[in-house]
Design a protein around this ligand. Sequence first.
Ligand code: AMP
Length: 308
Amino acid sequence: MSLLVVGSVAFDRIKTPFGEQDDILAGAATYFSIAASFFTEVSVVGIVGDDFTETHEAIFREREIDLTYLERVSGGKSFRWFGEYSYDFNTRTTHDTQLNVFADFKPVLAPAAAEMTHLFLGNIHPELQANVRKQSQAKIVGMDTMNFWISGTPDSLHEALKEIDLLIINDEEARQLAQEPNVIRAARKIRAMGPKRLIVKRGEYGAALFGENSYFAIPGYPQEDVVDPTGAGDTFAGGVMGYLAATNNTIEDEAALRRAMIYGSVMASFTIESFGTDRLLKLTYDEINDRFRTFKAITHFEEHLHEF
Ligand code: AMP
């Protein structure tokens, strides 16, 4: 199986109440591909400038991530983003977004990329997402979006949503997209827009999976060491899609999707322990499976009904 992700490869400046760092190698496709690389082969479709050097490339190479389809613009500058977190990490303010080479990004899939079995459309303009979707023959297509597109380009977004197997967004976005304050109702409305399955992320409180007639929810990993939550959502998606691609399950396989969600949460729980991808890059398979087991333990209970 093969997995393709299209999305931003960026440099971030991040400020938290506990520290600040600049020029962090980041972006949705970066977090996604590093997380997915623990499960399967993954290729990145994106665009960077000269500031993306041999040192950055080596980081992807180390994880055997394929950069054949990463476009390089000589004389150009990569996408740059500056975000700041509140004391409890629940609010994020964007101070600066510089699209740079990303502004003219119009991905065209090479034949080998179009044939990849799994595709993830990272958070970019929904017209581009729809365009890439049309070029691909993938059997499972995942997608992300954000409030900016939900309010700014709703028609294009609705078009892009039509041919999607799995949409992964956060609860605020789900409410906004469905124009419905109740998340359960919102999920039903969103699935009627196209996505066969929907995962709603709830930050530190976990995530919920909505299917045909099914509902599954998990808590967040009990994490004490939060340093920088940036990329948690993309890492989550990388774990989910990476697991699905590695195991070749169908989107209808509820048990597999539930496991995928656990792996996504496990991967995200590591990302937030450091600035950028530092923690992810040091990760071992034993650490991943330890946290997978922790999820099993903290969600398990016996069916021992009380005799009233
Ligand atoms: P997340 O924390 O999962 O929402 O992802 C944050 C990453 O998305 C950061 O590394 C940013 O570089 C990147 N990012 C922020 N804004 C955008 C945008 N408008 N388009 C694409 N990528 C973005």
